[in-house]
Design a protein around this ligand. Structure first.
Ligand code: IMP
Length: 183
């Protein structure tokens, strides 16, 4: 199946059914690993909102939830991309943290976020990402323990992920088309 979003066409890559099955398995793993703990799931907005909602429904250990944003904007030539963590209003000192991401691409956002959160002295940090593009990775992330799907280095959209702000509401995940449509 093919969809048009803004000026690009996308082909179906992962159906919601597959996502749901994989999410259930991730939940089972988390339930085992966090037995007798009370972790805090921290969703990274905007992309993680649907995955976070489905993931925590598969978790049955007591847990808390929070969301934050990592904004990034262009600094001057010496600072490059400047990132900033916005909106984390809970105390994570001594707590077990599970960062919930939509996708790890270069990994630069995530490594910045992990560094910032470590300064708040949590007991542990692990990352649960729905998608992971191993060949795009620029920064090694040892906390990346829970991965939904490894995908090729191509642009994807849907199930929380956007293209130019659009497509987050799509139930399935689509990859950018390489072949133009026949029409
Ligand atoms: P990173 O810092 O390169 O790992 O990417 C950080 C953010 O870029 C992700 O959390 C997404 O919001 C966005 N991103 C990366 N790859 C894609 C993609 O293929 N589709 C949509 N958003 C993406």
């Amino acid at each position: 199946m093919r969809v048009q979003i803004d000026d690009k066409e996308f082909d179906l890559m992962l159906e919601y059914d597959q996502i749901k099955k994989r999410t259930r398995l991730l939940g089972i793993q988390l339930n085992l690993d966090y037995e007798n703990k009370v972790p805090i799931f921290i969703g990274v907005l905007n992309g993680s909102f649907l995955f976070m909602a489905d993931l925590v429904k598969e978790v049955n250990v007591p847990c808390e939830m929070a969301f934050l944003r990592v904004s990034s904007y262009k600094g001057d030539s010496s600072t490059g991309i400047v990132r900033e963590v916005i909106g984390l209003d809970i105390d994570i000192n001594g707590r077990d943290i599970i960062i919930v991401e939509d996708i790890v691409d270069t990994g630069l956002t995530l490594s910045y976020l992990i560094k910032q959160l470590k300064e708040k002295k949590p007991a542990s940090i692990q990352v649960c990402s729905l998608l992971y593009k191993p060949t795009a990775l620029q920064a090694e992330i040892e906390e990346l323990t829970y991965i939904g799907f490894e995908i090729a280095n191509e642009f994807v959209v849907g199930y929380g992920l956007d293209y130019n702000g659009l497509g987050r509401n799509l139930k399935d995940i689509y990859r950018v088309s390489k072949v133009p449509s026949e029409t």
